[in-house]
Every structure is written in structure tokens, then in C-alpha cells.
Ligand binder design. Structure first.
Ligand code: 4NP
Length: 157
């Protein structure tokens, strides 16, 4: 049986990474019940510690049947880099923030989430915080594509 621990990372842990967490949970339950996954998310910043996801993220995910309302923001710690198998950053700045927390366990894969969605044609999940509703839909679309790619890899390996 395949087991994996996956941590998603963005800046605030209120928009992109909780969305990725919810999407992966949702898809894994529906399409990969054979996988045993521990899924979490964190921010590189301390800006929103303890807060629920942004109401726009909660609403956009709810429209797709995904409940983010119970999540609460936290800041990534160095211990996360040894506890998780995959630490998946939403953009290059987040990735640099994660890498600054080294040392990572030799087995921890630290990379961009969209590496798992090459067909999407984007490297980064754009920050929607200062943008309108369509940006939140785009975050969901990218997260769904990458979550499917990640699940395929986990099932294959
Ligand atoms: P996130 O979005 O990194 O996807 O959670 C942001 C949330 C808050 C801020 C920036 C980005 N902020 O500057 O407070």
C-alpha cells in the first residue's frame, strides 16, 4: 500500500495552499481510495496564523463540492521538512522560502506543485489575494490538474 505525506506551501496559507490541500483530499477520496495520504498546508509567512481560509477561496471550493472551512493557517517549520515526503510550493518565492529552512531530509522532495501538471503550461500558481473571483477559479483549476498528476505518480510508484 502506498503511503505519502504531502505538505502544500504558499505565502499566507489562506488562499492557494489550503485550496491545494482540499482539492487533493477530495480527489484522493474519490479516485484513489487505495492511497494512504497525510495532507497538510502551511505558509512561509506568519501573517494569517490561526485564521480560516480566505472567504473567496472557501466559496470557490464549495461550489466544486470541496469544504475548506475547517482549515486554519499555520507557518511552516524546519521540522516539516523532515516529516513530509513532498513539500510542494505554489510559486518560486515560496519555494525559496522553504529551501531557506534547510536542512531537508534526504528523502523529502521539495519542488513546485505545478511540476505535476506540465500540460497546464504554467510553472506557478498565481497569488489571487489582490485579485478578483476569476483568479480563485484559476487557482482551483491549476490545483485540480496538479493534484491529478501527483495522484498518478503516487499510484504509479
Ligand atoms: P496565499 O495568498 O499565499 O495563497 O495564501 C496570500 C494571502 C495573504 C497575503 C498574500 C498572499 N498577504 O499579503 O496577506
Amino acid at each position: 500500500m502506498t503511503t505519502a505525506r504531502v505538505l502544500f506551501v504558499c505565502l499566507g496559507n489562506i488562499c492557494r495552499s489550503p485550496t491545494a490541500e482540499g482539492v487533493l483530499r477530495h480527489l484522493a477520496a474519490a479516485e484513489a481510495p487505495d492511497l494512504v495520504l497525510e495532507i497538510d498546508s502551511a505558509g512561509t509567512s506568519s501573517y494569517h496564523i490561526g485564521e480560516p481560509p480566505d472567504p473567496r477561496s472557501i466559496a470557490a471550493a464549495a461550489a466544486r463540492g470541496i469544504d475548506l472551512s475547517g482549515l486554519r493557517a499555520r507557518q511552516i517549520t524546519a521540522a516539516d521538512l523532515t516529516r513530509f515526503d513532498y513539500v510542494l510550493a505554489m510559486d518560486e518565492a515560496n519555494l525559496a522560502g522553504v529551501r531557506a529552512l534547510r536542512p531537508c531530509a534526504a528523502t523529502t522532495r521539495v519542488q513546485l506543485f505545478l511540476d505535476f501538471f506540465p500540460a497546464g503550461g504554467e510553472r506557478e500558481v498565481p497569488d489571487p489575494y489582490e485579485r478578483d473571483g476569476s483568479a480563485f477559479e484559476h487557482v482551483l483549476d491549476l490545483c485540480e490538474g496538479a493534484a491529478r498528476g501527483l495522484l498518478e505518480q503516487l499510484r504509479g510508484g
